[in-house]
Design a protein around this ligand. Structure first.
Ligand code: 7RM
Length: 635
């Protein structure tokens, strides 16, 4: 009896029910049948959300790389594990087989050891999307070092903060990186960051762009010569189930970034199981997630989840706009991608450029389309569904967080009927609930509240590095015995969930609670609109009123903004009600985005509220330059 691969709705329903009635029995069976262990567990789960303390599979011993690599070698040794597609389309793709991955990970692991890295040490990985990034994370896991991947688009300050927070002993980087037509001097950024870091003893440098860089004597070493000398055999370290696997920083709404700590066994099981089902991955499928491994999406669904299933995972170095906005679809055609996973911000950017660059390519290999990172608005959903999926590839709108490790609410394609803008139903084993402001759980359907999770799941983050108290306050203090997500959500008449956005995005206008997502949806339906972001600002009468920032598609004509504003408000009135009309509409060249593509509403809120002195650090934004122009043109 195997519940590992869910194939139809009755099966989902049945397995889901078992998974919440007897979670321990359920997860034990999955762990038993689908992974390799050095030693089995004594106890499946121990938990107490009031401390909070969560332990899965205590007593078990394993190494995640044996599950992601070694166990596949007998049957899948020559299968492509990582399919690397370079930034430059005329540079050949690299098919790294499981055999080759095994050799390269083992060599890298030996290099780490020879440079003094031991189990439990923290290693910072600041590497662009080249194979060495995936290999370095796995090499750390091989020897039990805790990796802390920092997205290679972050600044020197952001990097040094993260290195210092977890006292990393080593930094792995590259001479530089390619990003579309540009190159970035990564090693220069590392050098600058390390001026304020004392814990780092060694820097290993991969060669990517052949730039002339400074190598600090006694600290910096070129990676390749060390790898060439290293043995391709490195015994996998024995890891306890709850030993930390990695730290990944996520920015909070206030304060320093939080180093979320993920542990070994539970994370492995949950990312593998969700990957298999949410993408309906079958042997020989080619799967592509466009995220960077610097984010949780890349950790869980480029590296660990796919490899634990023996999958072929595409790793793309470049950007969607280079050499033109057809690049994604060119890659889909070239590698016959079957499952494609991206973010709403990318979908909107591509939709803005029309269909000509899509129609050039054969997308018939696509079977499943995924979305993650933000609420996907209705217009983007339909464009993705119609233009990319040709109405035959289900869209999985996957809601989850850095903290949750894996997908929490998502349709299972061909199993769960989809509904535009809805993440639909909880994944197997996940027990969500909605709470009202007084801390009471909202029962039944057609309710809206704050999204919490009532029961532990295997891949939840166990703590914040060096600050358990903050972990407790942030996630376990708002509601008793619940993990609080920070998101708002509604449950419709059939029990489907729709994420309405971060709770601090909820705006109360004249006593009406308004989520930003539905209003933005309405606006984005206007044919001239590319993207929008709604925030609240103080209003004498209404308490809060709505301020909209809107970017327009390049339709090749300048439009009368007064009329446009009227049309947009009319759309909102039609779709939601006059209460949701915008008091102010500012048309802007761009919206401030985080490096992972999320609109920084916090910043927009401050500008709308005229709190211009205290905008905080905008240097980590993808497009800090838009902030000035938005400030200048504020209404
Ligand atoms: C995976 C990831 C987490 C926050 C989360 C939400 C938002 C993510 C969706 C979504 C609506 C989705 N991790 N979010 N996915 N909102 N629908 N499908 O993005 O830690 O970087 O962000 O992202 O607000 O709390 S994350």
């Amino acid at each position: 009896m195997s519940n590992y691969h869910i194939k139809n709705f009755p099966e989902y329903y049945h397995v889901y029910r078992n998974s919440v009635r007897e979670p321990e029995t359920f997860w034990e069976e999955i762990a038993e049948e689908h992974f390799v262990w050095k030693k089995k567990w004594d106890k499946v789960l121990e938990w107490d959300f009031s401390k909070p303390e969560i332990k899965w599979f205590e007593g078990a011993q394993l190494n995640i790389t044996e599950n992601c690599i070694d166990r596949h070698l007998a049957t899948r040794g020559d299968k492509t594990a990582i399919l690397f597609e370079p930034n430059n389309p005329s540079e050949p793709a690299q098919h790294i087989t499981y055999n080759q991955l095994s050799e390269r990970v083992n060599q890298f692991a030996n290099v780490l050891k020879e440079n003094g890295i031991k189990k439990g040490d923290r290693v910072c990985i600041y590497v662009p999307m080249i194979p060495e990034l995936a290999i370095a994370t796995l090499a750390c896991a091989r020897i039990g070092a805790i990796h802390s991947v920092v997205f290679a688009g972050f600044s020197a300050t952001a990097l040094s903060t993260r290195i210092n927070d977890s006292d990393c002993k080593m930094v792995i980087t590259s001479d530089g990186s390619y990003r579309g037509s540009k190159t970035i001097d990564l090693k220069g950024i590392v050098d600058e960051a390390l001026e304020s870091c004392n814990s780092v003893e060694t820097v290993l440098v991969a060669k990517r762009i052949n730039s002339d860089i400074n190598m600090k004597e006694g600290r910096d070493q070129w990676l390749q010569p060390l790898l060439d000398e290293a043995s391709t055999v490195c015994e996998a370290e024995v890891m306890e189930a709850e030993d930390p696997l990695f730290i990944l920083y996520t920015s909070g709404s206030t304060g320093s970034p939080k180093g979320m700590v993920h542990t070994t066994a539970g994370y492995m099981i949950y990312t593998a199981y969700t990957f298999k089902n949410a993408f309906q991955y079958r042997e020989n499928d080619v799967y592509w997630c466009t995220a960077d491994i610097g984010w949780i999406t890349g950790h869980s669904y480029i590296v660990y989840g796919p490899l634990a299933n023996g999958a072929t995972s595409v790793m793309f170095e470049g950007v969607p706009s280079y050499p033109d906005f057809g690049r994604f679809w060119e890659i889909v055609e070239k590698h016959k991608v079957n499952q494609f996973y991206t973010a709403p911000t990318a979908i909107r950017a591509l939709a803005k450029h029309g269909t000509a660059l899509v129609d050039k390519y054969d997308l018939s290999s696509l079977k499943v389309l995924g979305s993650v990172g933000e609420p996907i608005n209705e217009e983007a959903w339909h464009w993705y569904n119609d233009t990319i999926g040709k109405k035959k590839s289900p869209i999985i709108d996957t809601w989850w967080q850095t903290e949750t490790g894996g997908m929490m609410i998502t349709p299972i394609p061909f199993v769960t009927p989809t509904k535009p803008t809805y993440a639909t139903l909880p994944f197997i084993g996940i027990q969500p609930c909605l709470m009202d402001e007084n801390g009471n759980e909202l029962q039944g359907n057609q309710v809206e509240g704050r999204l919490c999770i009532k029961y532990p799941w295997p891949s939840m983050a166990r703590t914040i590095w060096g600050n358990h108290q903050r972990y407790k306050e942030t996630y376990f203090s708002a509601y008793k015995n619940c993990y609080f997500t920070g998101d708002g959500a509604l449950r419709d008449e059939v029990g489907y969930y729709r994420i309405t956005g971060r709770v601090d995005d909820v705006i109360i206008v004249s006593g009406h609670n308004l989520g930003t997502a539905p209003i933005e949806d309405a606006i984005n339906e206007h044919p001239a609109v590319a993207e929008s972001a709604i925030v609240g600002f103080p209003h004498d009468i209404k308490g809060s009123a709505l301020y909209g920032y809107i970017t327009l598609k390049d339709l090749g004509e300048s439009r009368d903004h007064t009329n446009l504003s009227k049309e947009i408000n009319q759309l909102i009135a039609d779709k939601i009600g006059p209460i949701a009309k915008l008091d102010k509409i500012q048309f802007t060249e761009g919206l401030p985005k985080t490096r992972s593509g999320k609109i920084m509403r916090r910043l927009l809120r401050k500008i709308a509220s005229n709190e211009l002195d205290n905008l905080g650090d905008v240097s980590t934004l993808l497009n800090p330059e838009v902030v000035e122009s938005i400030k200048e043109n504020r209404l």
